[in-house]
Design a protein around this ligand. Structure first.
Ligand code: SAH
Length: 592
């Protein structure tokens, strides 16, 4: 199941249609439109779609799908939303069918709480059978139900991981000691994460297979796909390797039109890479061949192609094997890449979360948060967003002064194919993380596409303070940060002087911290030189948060002691006035 898997919206009633159209755009889904009876059409839709979203009474849906339900590994995910869009229910196929995920997305579109009743969700635990999906891992066989049960019962689970991204337990609501989940007692189940197949065990065991294996293939012209497939399977078996861990196939440029190879890649739904003879000739291999060199210009095809395809640090784990029968002849080699291949394209959402209260978060940002695999942000903000997170997301909290590390971490995860949200309070592009992330990407030679970047605006502190005190930003205004950590103080002073002289309404961000106490005094003194002592000033701390404190005062009366790093100070211009505690800056209309 991927984010863009096939979703069909089924809304047989006129009222439901409207809602369906609204959701269609946001979910990239299609709407079922037909004169057929739904009971006749549904068996086909059941087969051809990954997820079905009904806009219908839940009872009617239960009756409709009852004859079609088979088992949770094959059934599509089913989500039901009522005609008014108030309730979203993940009905069946919660994990493997992707219904929980879809319910969350629909709920985010409609700004309601999804009804999700799968066991791991209730306890806020990650679902073992969804865990590897963001990294492009493939579900292997085993006793998934047994492992999931051990998880929801908080029993110890041994984690045997031989390849793939290691930091999957970071930022999750679960204890992991490097070997065991819920460590303590002897393991009651095993989660096997490897490109090899698991051994027989007495406890329930289930396998995830990261796509680390690059298979190099050389073949005679017109070798049939059947032989290639058999050769591949035998080669994997020789090393106890999992078919699901195949990252892709690689061969010689000359083979770009080799039918059997193309069919094989199509069948396994994996990429097929080609290299020129010159490229392959450069790769040191254990079994070079003079005959091959004379024939195609490189002493190795399959070994060299496998190593080349895996990238830096790739090692050959199965040396060339030759297969020949009346269907043709081929060589197979297998290499292991240290980084798993992930067919998902990484995304970075740079999200402004507004001043604090979740009601001030945009619907678009909320939806983006529900779609991401990992969230990177400063703890104060991730704490505020906590109610929106779900247990299959990694919440990676960074420290206040480690912004560059945080940006790099997010980029690293996105490069691995994850959808990663970087959150900043207010607007993420105003003294936030958005610019830094883009700067790091640009410095790293980013092509503008991978990872894909989307920026979500948020309500910044100056808008928040303005809204709380009236309408002081009705004329030209600017923002100045008093923090000299990243900007030299003399530059800040110049900007303060210029803004004061030009009669801008000014919002002062980062006015004061425990160590920086002088700057706000200097700033206020500069404004006093240019504006009357009665100029309205708003001082607001923790806007839209629990301990919000707002004071509207005048330039000569500002209580500097009440200002700290959670405060924004807004200084009116020469025409700003206060009426009944509302600060108003005239726009210039003639008002009688
Ligand atoms: N990206 C944020 C600004 C981060 S700089 C935004 O767009 O709002 C941090 C400064 O923002 C703080 O020192 C304070 O001046 C201001 N600030 C952020 N959130 C605030 C809030 N809820 N109440 C008051 N000031 C806030």
């Amino acid at each position: 199941m991927t984010a863009n898997s096939k979703i069909k919206i089924i809304a047989p009633t006129p009222n439901g249609k409207q809602l369906a159209e609204q959701l269609q755009r946001q979910l990239n889904a299609t709407i079922w439109e037909s004169d057929d009876r739904l009971t006749d059409a549904l068996p086909k839709l059941w087969q051809t779609h990954d997820r079905l979203l009904f806009v219908l009474a839940v009872g009617a849906v239960v009756r409709l799908i009852a004859p079609l339900l088979q088992d949770k590994t094959r059934d599509p995910g089913v989500v039901v939303v009522d005609e008014t869009g108030k309730f979203v229910i993940s009905l069946s196929g919660g994990h493997l069918g992707g219904a929980d995920e879809l319910a969350r997305q629909v709920a985010a579109c409609l700004d309601v709480e999804p009804i999700i009743t799968t066991a791991s969700e209730g306890q806020n635990l990650p679902a073992v059978d969804l865990l590897g999906k963001p990294y492009g891992w493939q579900l292997g066989g085993g006793d998934w139900l047994g492992v999931a049960k051990a998880m929801t019962r908080n029993q110890s689970i041994a984690v045997k991981q031989t390849c793939g991204f290691r930091e999957i337990w970071q930022g999750r609501n679960i204890e992991f000691d490097g070997e065991m989940l819920h460590p303590g007692e002897p393991p009651q189940a095993c989660l096997w994460i490897s490109d090899e197949l698991p051994p027989e065990m007495t406890i329930p065991c289930a396998a995830w297979h990261p796509r680390t294996l690059w298979v190099g293939i050389g073949c005679e012209r017109n070798t049939e796909m059947g032989l290639l497939e058999e050769a591949l399977k035998q080669s994997l078996k020789a090393r106890n390797l999992a078919l699901e861990s195949i990252a892709g196939f690689a061969s010689l440029e000359l083979k770009r039109d080799e039918r059997g190879l193309l069919e094989l890649a199509e069948k396994f739904q994996v990429p097929l890479k080609f290299y020129t003879a010159e490229e392959l000739a450069k790769i040191p291999v254990p079994n070079p061949s003079e005959i091959v060199k004379n024939a195609v210009g490189t002493p190795s095809v399959s070994e060299a192609a496998a190593i080349d395809a895996g990238g830096d640090g790739t090692t050959l784990i199965l040396e060339k094997r030759v297969f020949r029968d009346d269907r043709g002849a081929c060589t197979i080699s297998i290499a292991r890449s240290p980084v798993e291949h992930n067919p998902n394209l990484g995304k970075l959402y740079l999200i402004g979360t507004g001043p604090g209260n979740l009601a001030q978060l945009t619907a678009a940002a909320r939806q983006a948060l529900s779609r991401c695999d990992a969230v990177v942000g400063y703890k104060l903000y991730t704490d505020l967003l906590q109610p929106l997170f779900h247990p299959n997301q990694q919440i990676l909290e960074g420290q206040m002064t480690k912004e560059v590390e945080r940006a790099q971490q997010a980029i690293e995860l996105a490069k691995r194919g994850l959808t990663v949200a970087v959150v900043s309070s207010g607007d993420c592009g105003i003294y936030g993380m958005a610019g830094l992330v883009l700067e790091c990407l640009a410095k790293g030679g980013w092509d503008g596409k991978n990872p894909d970047v989307e920026v979500f605006p948020g309500i910044t502190a100056l808008q928040a303070i303005a809204a709380r005190v009236g309408a002081p930003l009705m004329h030209d205004f600017c923002a100045i940060s008093l923090s000299d950590l990243l900007t030299p103080w003399d530059v800040i002073v110049k900007r303060l002087e210029a803004a004061a002289a030009a009669d801008f309404v000014v919002a002062l961000y980062n006015p004061k911290s425990q160590k920086r106490t002088e700057q706000i005094q200097t700033a206020l003194a500069i404004f006093q030189n240019h504006r009357s002592p009665e100029t309205p000033v708003a001082v607001a701390r923790s806007l839209y948060r629990e301990n919000e404190k707002i004071e509207v005062t005048t330039l000569d009366r500002v209580d500097v002691g009440s200002i700290d790093m959670l405060t924004t100070v807004l200084i009116g211009n020469r025409s700003t006035f206060v009426h009944e505690n509302y600060a108003i800056t005239p726009r210039g209309y003639v008002v009688s």
